[in-house]
Design a protein around this ligand. Sequence first.
Ligand code: 0X9
Ligand code: ZN
Length: 300
Amino acid sequence: TGFFNNFHRYDAIVQYLQFLAAKYPDHAKFDSVAKTAGGRHLAVLRIAPYRRVGKKLVYIQGGSHAREWISISTVLYFVTELLENFNYYQNYLKGIEIGVVPVLNPDGYEYTHTRDRLWRKNLNFPPGGYCRGVDLNRNFGFKWGYIGASRNPCSEVYSGRLPFSEAETEWVRRYLVNNQYRTKLVIDVHSFGKYLFYPWGYQLGSAPTKATLHQIGQQVAKAIYKYRGTKYSVGTASQLLYKAAGGLDDYAYGALGVPLSYTFELPGSSFRNNPRDIIPIGKETTAGFIEFIKIVNGLS
Ligand code: 0X9
Ligand code: ZN
């Protein structure tokens, strides 16, 4: 017991997801996909109440930045809460499938356990180069490399050789393209700062549906606030943080037309979250995710 009393190595997380899928075979399916530079596979949990095609798809990912451990535990907390109380949430889940990748960057995540706690990128080694790692949230193919990213492999925000040059982002691209017209919501979880971002991240100019994005973001922030008073700032990353292109949020919204695309920056004051915060942050953020899912449920 007490999986959420601490952070875990990648193998343990994969085992936990397999355990959940085995325990809830009617609602969850485990999949092992892609292959990273380090030879690891991405673990996907697909959650769906009824066997029906044409379901709306929600995609949620964590751990794209290696050091942001709380993003991983939070996504794991959410799937656990959903599966353990499936009957309670069933009404909101009708017609919705949720694809979840808790750790998009397993190579980098393992590296933060073994070598460098503050590593951010993946661990891909460019041939002949001396610096490794691509920032996965600069590698998506929308306005790639336009701003807030670097062509220098030694940079913390290295965008990669090409858009989707990395196995991790290429898998996300293919998954979202294959499900393009039924994907209604994409959530990318990061830390830290108590922000809820919607597009655009790459420029200050407004997204065409900014008013809706903002209103829904505020509604979600309110659901989180109700849980224990955590106050999120809702807006664009370009206005509230900095401009950066090549993120998943802008790609899903701008290139694929996913109507709702958000990035969470979870609470905290460092990347080294206290394990005591796993459960409270897991709970309050789950309240926000559920609010999102209720909203998607109301969409046509
Ligand atoms: O810089 C990032 O990728 C995110 N912040 S973090 O501190 N977790 O690295 C913010 C991404 C916001 N979205 C875009 N800029 N598209
Ligand atoms: Zn991040």
